[in-house]
Design a binder for this molecule. Structure first.
Ligand code: SOE
Length: 388
């Protein structure tokens, strides 16, 4: 029987636009999704770049005004891949128009916006998903399963680092990610949001935060219209503007369950490209995950005989591991983009069944409350209780 089709409109066409396009295409090919997503429309500001993107990924139509797109009767799902400052307005409009929402992270500029988005989505009765993609890495889901099975026992510590190095050159342009009005914050929003989401998923809610932020480069060349791309330093511009977000943000936190945690987010960690790494320590065992070796999970069990104790490397590519049976035989590793495919497959399932998918706009709001407390703490020099 032919599957019911749902029309998707994607808004934004750069790094995440590509990653999501691949996921909309591949999810129904690799997973037995109950619905078939139709890549109906791509929306963006710069028409020539947009057309090239749409042709390449086979989006059927293009449009430059997101408001018109969200108002269209024939659009069922709105996929938000824009800079952060647009998330709130698009998500609220989409929710009011009854469209399901698939939204990039960080959820919004601050927790007030995030709350409004969550409330609008709930009031609209739509399925909403926030793309903290690392929750859909098989090794991370395995970590969650092992914690739930009690393999770590009582958890004492979370240690999370998310380190990159792509803006160390002072001539790297002042792209939107480096402007507060567009991004909300720097690596604190971009990278700590991922780590806090993972920590909430694996450990639980965070109660209080102490944080420090700093800047190493305070002015940068202003790029030309359409030139803004993360990870690429190409600009001919010489006029400079102020960097209005932090370059690094470090936090220590207390979890509701009494565990202590630390978070390091920086774009000035020389040699680190996309070092999303965490360790979790409990009274029965420990886990360590490194995105740059994402098919592996390190596990230490205190219950092993003393003679043989040590971290072991679990290769997470067996059919019994999360998501893997849809892919390749054991040992045939998967990559970054597969997390996005997993997200789309789970999202289509949730839309079909009318069930909740996590992380969603609620989780985005909870993460943003922690991040807001971090910025308050950095500004005041005080430990801040997370509001919520
Ligand atoms: C840029 O810092 C970035 O692309 C983030 O925005 C993503 O969320 C992260 O997964 C990789 O780095």
């Amino acid at each position: 029987m032919a599957k019911k089709e749902l029309n998707v409109a994607i808004i934004g066409y750069k790094f995440m636009g590509k990653a999501h396009s691949q996921a909309w295409r591949e999810a129904p090919l690799f997973f037995d999704t109950p619905l078939k997503p139709v890549m109906k429309l791509a929306c963006g500001r710069h028409e020539d770049q947009l057309k090239a993107f749409a042709d390449n990924w086979e989006w059927q139509e293009t449009a430059t005004d997101w408001q018109e797109v969200v108002a269209r009767d024939d659009i069922d799902i709105v996929d938000i891949c824009t800079p952060t400052y647009l998330h709130h307005d698009i998500a609220v409009a989409a929710a009011k128009a009854g469209k399901h929402i698939f939204c990039e992270k960080p959820v919004a500029l601050d927790s007030e916006q995030a709350k409004a988005m969550y409330e609008a989505a709930q009031a609209g009765g739509v399925t909403h998903y926030l793309n903290h993609n690392y929750r859909r890495c098989p090794a991370v889901v395995l970590a969650k399963q092992m914690i739930e099975q009690g393999k770590l026992g009582r958890i004492f510590h979370w240690r999370g680092t998310y380190l990159q190095s792509w803006i160390i050159d002072p001539d790297f342009p002042l792209i939107w990610q480096l402007r507060k009005e567009a991004a909300g914050a720097g690596p604190h929003a971009d990278l700590n949001s991922h780590s806090v989401d993972l920590a909430r998923y694996l450990i639980g809610d965070i109660k209080s935060v102490s944080a420090m932020t700093t800047n190493f480069v305070t002015e940068r060349p202003i790029p030309d219209e359409g030139e803004e791309t993360a990870f690429s330093a190409a600009t001919k511009a010489t006029e400079k503007g102020e960097v209005s977000v932090e370059d690094a943000a470090f936090m220590v936190v207390e979890f509701e369950n009494g565990a202590l945690g630390s978070f390091e987010a920086s774009r000035f960690a020389t040699g680190r490209k996309n070092f999303n790494y965490f360790e979790i320590y409990g009274d029965k065992g420990a886990l360590a995950f490194d995105l740059e070796r994402m098919n592996e999970l390190q596990y230490y069990s205190s219950e092993d005989p003393t003679c043989c104790q040590g971290f072991r490397r679990i290769l997470v590519t067996e059919p019994e591991h999360p998501y893997i049976s849809a892919w390749w035989p054991p040992g045939h590793i998967i990559g970054y983009e597969h997390e996005f495919v997993h997200a789309v497959a789970d999202f289509l399932d949730a839309v079909d069944k009318g069930t909740e998918i996590r992380p969603n706009l609620y989780d985005g709001m909870k993460v943003m409350q922690v991040l807001d407390a971090g910025l308050d703490s950095a500004a005041s020099g005080k430990r801040i209780a997370v509001k919520g």
